[in-house]
Design a protein around this ligand. Structure first.
Ligand code: ZN
Ligand code: FE
Length: 256
């Protein structure tokens, strides 16, 4: 049977995500902004949580970890670089590690920039990735611990490693404000205009704008498109490096 995925909101604008394999019973949580909504979905579905994967050390991604682990006994895997910042890891990973989670192999892709420890989790058999606070729909995470060059390298890694048909989950519902900003960078991008309209419709109906796909983000997300000649031209930066164009877009977003 195919995997089942539940995405639900936590705190004000975080997402909770559960992936369940009906055959083995494996159930995986990615990040725990708050234990309560996780426990409610587990109760409702009857799924037994077996694993928790953590993307990075920020409180809004690990706040519910202790409680969820205590109540489910799940095996917790997090970034090696979060050690000392987050308690409760049973196993840690570094960039390039592949772990076995029930029937799935899961690749830990190091994507530093927002934080240095940030891991994006890729499930190749499911064609699903969770990009934490690195890649958002139409956006990317604020750069707190790394620099723009590091974040651009991380986004470039995701572009290289995640096939276009990968379904993308991430840490936050920020898409509507990201869309408004993205249109200031590429006002004539038809795919972006269509996505922005779709996002407005979804939000007006109280629905999430995630998951997205890599193909959609490649066509619309200005933070992934800093290498595109059309984006460079729109910014008057035709001769600039990709990383410098990315840095300019990130700076404009920070000021927006
Ligand atoms: Zn964060
Ligand atoms: Fe966050």
């Amino acid at each position: 049977m195919p995997a089942e995925v539940r995405q639900f909101s936590c705190l004000s604008d975080n997402f909770g995500v559960l992936i369940h394999d009906p055959d083995s019973g494996t159930t995986i949580a990615i990040d725990v902004p708050d234990a309560k909504p996780y426990l409610e979905v587990l109760q409702e579905t009857g799924w037994q949580l077996s694993h928790i994967l953590i993307t990075h050390h920020h409180w809004d991604h690990v706040q519910g970890l202790d409680e969820l682990k205590a109540k489910t006994g799940a095996h917790v895997v997090g970034p090696e670089l979060s050690r000392g910042k987050v308690a409760g890891f049973d196993e840690t990973v570094a960039d390039g590690d592949t772990i076995t989670v029930g029937p799935y192999s899961v690749e830990a892709i190091g994507t530093p920039g927002h934080t240095l420890d940030q891991i994006s989790w890729f499930f190749p058999e499911l064609k699903i990735a969770h990009t934490g606070d690195t890649l958002f729909s139409l956006g990317c995470g604020r750069i707190f611990e790394g620099d723009a060059e590091m974040m651009w390298a991380s986004l470039s890694t995701l572009k290289r490693k995640l096939p276009a048909d990968t379904t993308i989950y991430c840490g936050h519902e920020y898409t509507q404000s990201n869309a408004r900003f993205s249109l200031t960078i590429e006002p004539d991008n038809a795919a972006l205009k269509a996505r922005a309209a779709e996002v407005d419709t979804l939000r007006a109906a109280g629905k999430p704008t995630l998951p997205t796909t890599m193909a959609q983000e490649l066509a619309t997300n200005p933070f992934l498109r800093a290498n595109e000649p059309s984006v460079k031209a729109a910014l008057g930066m035709t001769a600039a490096s990709d990383a410098d164009v990315f840095a300019e877009i990130r700076t404009r977003k920070d000021k927006a």
